[in-house]
Each structure stands twice: as structure tokens, then as C-alpha cells.
Design a protein around this ligand. Structure first.
Ligand code: TYD
Ligand code: MG
Length: 470
């Protein structure tokens, strides 16, 4: 029997200490440390502490005859795009996301799709009973597919089942937080359990050449060990995200040892499960009213794909001592920066106003290239004048108020043209790239934020802009 030692483990970041404290030294979070007894550091720990002598390993060069692994396409194009061209045998994929976002639905659909090309797949549900999964399958119309299902949480039983009898192409563990290893005393979902079970499953994946999906809930309050602790162990980390109340879901690769990151797959949650959205721009621009002040269209890039989204701003007189700054789908501190630049270099003060910013459709934008569109939307809302019809904006704003060039100008402009936009406001430094790319969009280049604002006032046909009060 292994020696039991008490350890104190942060349930957020997984750092260990020998005594309890209110605040984790590793990540600085409060009240996340809990006692875990069990075998000292799960894998490789040996009773008695005897370490066998090491064996010599061969050192080789970088060149070799190993061929690139043959990938298995799932048949769901949006998913295959995110993974960089299908599943790699023997890889471990972590699928993270808020509870209820649709992870189980997505994975069941992917598994079902895989069976249609003759693959064996196993779905282990640790959260739902067989009847519940069957009910979902029936709802999705997938009952007749050959997905092998089990409801189990004991890691030893799962591994024993898979070891000899079935050799699947893919295995789903839904979710890693419910699986427990009898070798440890701690409760399922604690850092040591999550780590140990993930390690065992990843070992199984590598030794049997099975693609293993680990589902992990991300909780904001840190009560359950976040799947963060296993991010470094797996080959691919996918996040499934979306706003509650929106039907759009975005699958995003944040780490991928076998393909690009930052690629997104867009899905729509319907009554019959998730359906692919192959033209996301159309969807994010969906119900656009281009005559409203405070909206600007941003020509963005997500991975390799241009995506047009509407940025909505509302600047309203505030009655609060500290006006509100609320942001959905963008970076709060980036908004503060743009407001500061508008104040310092363009003489537009937002001090007495509440500012709300929203990215339509539930998309989360991470590109600094959205700065210009955000600034345009803010100025438009403040002045009460709609931006010119058929315009797109992109460009990064620097603290000095000048505009910095962004990449993939051609792609952004082509997508805009395809969707019927006729004008683009871009940084002056992107002019050459824009001229080289083949499209018929009329370009307005701006060197600084101040010249954009001058243009907005000139370009609008309505009544003269109210001078914003300071
Ligand atoms: P689920 O896959 O169970 O989420 P997760 O595994 O990430 O916790 O999805 C749950 C939500 O999806 C649930 O609120 C209902 C919704 N849903 C639909 O809208 N349509 C469907 O066809 C299905 C199966 C689920
Ligand atoms: Mg689920």
C-alpha cells in the first residue's frame, strides 16, 4: 500500500504546498486550496521510494523516415478545420467550455459522423445515465449510428474494458472531472484525480493509437478543478464558447501540436443539435440595421478565415459618479485604452457618459485590428450620426493616436466585397497591401484617429454633429 501523505493543492492552478493557506502562492487565488491525501504525485510514484536504475536511451538526429500520421476526417467540416485537418491517431484532445454550452452534443455528433465512415468509437459518459444519452441521441437522430456507449466513472474499469476488447478510432470521456482512479483517495474532480486520470488516458491513447477526447468544464468560481491543469499534457486544447441566449457556438483551438491555433469553427445550436455555419459573416451581420448610429462593421480574421462582425456601441449620459463601462465580446482594458486615446488626442471626452460595447452574435474578438471599428462605433454613438452605409473598418490604434497596419488586408477586403460592402477605412500603412489585392472596394486610408473622426463628421449627410460636450 502506498504511503499516504497530506498535501494541499490549489484547485485552480494545481500548485502544491505542505501547509494550508488562504491564498495560493502559485496563482494568487483565494480559498482554492484544499487538502488531498493519497499517493504522492500520482504517476510514477512508487511505494517505498525505491527508484530503479535508468536505462540508456538512443539520441537521434532531426531527420528521419517517420511519415506524418494519417488523419481521420470526422466529416464535420467546421471541426476538421479547427483540428487542422482531422483527428490524429494517438492524440489527446481537451474540449473545454462552460457547462451547458453543448460539448456533449458536439462530441456525440462528431462520434456519430465518424461511425458513418466505418470507424469504431466509444463514448463514456460519467455525467449522464445511458438513458439520458440515448434520449439526446434520439433527439439528434443519431440512435441508429454505431456509437458504443457506457456510463462509467471508474478509471480502472474503463481502461480494462478498452485494453483488450475494443480498439476504437476515437474515445470520448465526458467529463474528465467525473472520472476517478481507485489508486487515489481524493474525490473525483480534484486536481490530483484529474491529473492522474488524464495521464492514464493519454498513455492509453498513445499506446493504442486512439484519439482521446477529454471533456472538461471550466467553472469561474474554481470549485471544481479546472481542466487548466491538464492543458500542458494534451496535444490539442479546444474551447467551445458562446453567449448564453445566443444560438451561435464557436469552437476555438487554443493549443494544437498538429495544426494551427486561432482557427475557429462556427456552429448554430438548433432544436436538432449543432449545425455547421460555413459562412459566419452572413450570420454575424444577420439582422443589421445600418442606419443606426453606434454600429460599425469590423472586417476581422479568425484563424485563416475572414469574418465580418458588427460592433455596437452605446454612449449614454451617466448619472453615476463613476460611469459604467460594459463590454461583451471584447477586451475591457482595450476599450479603456481607446477611450483614453479619443480623449487625449481627439478631444472627445466620455467622462460623463456610460459606455456599452457589444460584439454582435456572441463572437469574442481578440484582434487589436478591431480598434478602429470600435472607435468608429463609439464616435458615431457619441455624435448621434450613423456611419456611411456599406463601410468596413479595421486597424490597430496606438497610444499616440496613430494607426498601425494589420495583416491579411487582402483577405479582409475580399470578404467585405463578397458581402456587398463598397468602402473600407483602413490604416494608411496598409495602403500598398490593399492596392495589390484584387478587389473593387473604394479605400479610405487614415493615418491617425483624429483624421478618422474628421471624416466621420464630413462623411455623414445628416444634420451637423452635436459638438460633444466635455
Ligand atoms: P450539452 O451538450 O448537454 O452541454 P454540455 O455537455 O456542454 O454541458 O448541451 C446542453 C444544451 O444544449 C441544453 O441547454 C439544451 C441545448 N440543446 C439544444 O438546444 N438542442 C439540442 O438538440 C440539444 C441536444 C441540446
Ligand atoms: Mg455534457
Amino acid at each position: 500500500m502506498a504511503k499516504s501523505v497530506a498535501r494541499y493543492v490549489c484547485q485552480d492552478c494545481g500548485s502544491e504546498s505542505s501547509k494550508w493557506s488562504g491564498r495560493c502562492d502559485g496563482c494568487g487565488a483565494w480559498n482554492t486550496i484544499s487538502e488531498e491525501t493519497g499517493q504522492n504525485s500520482g504517476v510514477g510514484a512508487r511505494p517505498g521510494g525505491a527508484v530503479p536504475p535508468g536505462r540508456k536511451i538512443a539520441l537521434v538526429g532531426l531527420e528521419g523516415s517517420d511519415h506524418t500520421p494519417r488523419r481521420t476526417l470526422s466529416g464535420i467540416a467546421e471541426f476538421d478545420r479547427v483540428t487542422g485537418g482531422g483527428l490524429v491517431p494517438g492524440s489527446a484532445i481537451l474540449v473545454g467550455g462552460d457547462p451547458g454550452i453543448g460539448k456533449s452534443t458536439l462530441l456525440l455528433q462528431i462520434m456519430a459522423c465518424l461511425t458513418s465512415t466505418g470507424n469504431t468509437v466509444v463514448y463514456i459518459s460519467g455525467e449522464e445515465a445511458i438513458a439520458q444519452v440515448r434520449l439526446r441521441a434520439a433527439r439528434l437522430g443519431l440512435s441508429k449510428t454505431g456509437v458504443l456507449l457506457a456510463a462509467e466513472t471508474n478509471l480502472s474499469d474503463i481502461v480494462a474494458t478498452l485494453q483488450d476488447s475494443v480498439e476504437p478510432t476515437a474515445l470520448v470521456i465526458d467529463s474528465i472531472q467525473t472520472i476517478w482512479s481507485p489508486a487515489l483517495d481524493s474525490a473525483p474532480g480534484t486536481v490530483s484525480q484529474v491529473r492522474q486520470t488524464a495521464q492514464t488516458l493519454i498513455h492509453y491513447a498513445k499506446s493504442k493509437n486512439v484519439a482521446v477526447f477529454l471533456v472538461g468544464h471550466v467553472t469561474k468560481d474554481g470549485q471544481i478543478a479546472g481542466p487548466r491543469v491538464i492543458e500542458h499534457m494534451v496535444d490539442t486544447v479546444l474551447y467551445f464558447e458562446g453567449e448564453r441566449g445566443h444560438q451561435f457556438r464557436i469552437l476555438r483551438a487554443v493549443k494544437n501540436r498538429f495544426g494551427p491555433t486561432d482557427e475557429i469553427g462556427v456552429f448554430e445550436m438548433t432544436g436538432g443539435g449543432l449545425s455547421e455555419v460555413s459562412n459566419p459573416s452572413r450570420l454575424f451581420l444577420g439582422e443589421r440595421d445600418s442606419n443606426t448610429p453606434g454600429t460599425a462593421v469590423f472586417a476581422g480574421i479568425e484563424g485563416t478565415r475572414p469574418v465580418l462582425v458588427e460592433i455596437q456601441a452605446l454612449v449614454a449620459t451617466s448619472t453615476l459618479a463613476t460611469p459604467r463601462r460594459a463590454v461583451v465580446g471584447w477586451d475591457q482594458s482595450r476599450l479603456s485604452m481607446i477611450l483614453a486615446v479619443l480623449d487625449a488626442h481627439c478631444g472627445l471626452s466620455f467622462g460623463g457618459f456610460d459606455v456599452y460595447l457589444n460584439v454582435a452574435g456572441g463572437l469574442k474578438i481578440r484582434e487589436p485590428a478591431a480598434d478602429l471599428a470600435v472607435a468608429a462605433a463609439l464616435v458615431s454613438s457619441l455624435s448621434g450620426q450613423a456611419l456611411p452605409d456599406g463601410s468596413v473598418y479595421f486597424g490597430e490604434i496606438s497610444l499616440s493616436g496613430s494607426l498601425r497596419s494589420v495583416n491579411q488586408t487582402g483577405g479582409r477586403l475580399r470578404e467585405s466585397e463578397k458581402l456587398g460592402f463598397t468602402r473600407a477605412t483602413i490604416p494608411k500603412s496598409n495602403d500598398d497591401d490593399a492596392q495589390r489585392s484584387e478587389n473593387s472596394i473604394s479605400l479610405e486610408t487614415v493615418a491617425s484617429l483624429a483624421s478618422l473622426i474628421a471624416r466621420i463628421s464630413v462623411g455623414s449627410t445628416g444634420s451637423k454633429s452635436d459638438e460633444p460636450s466635455g
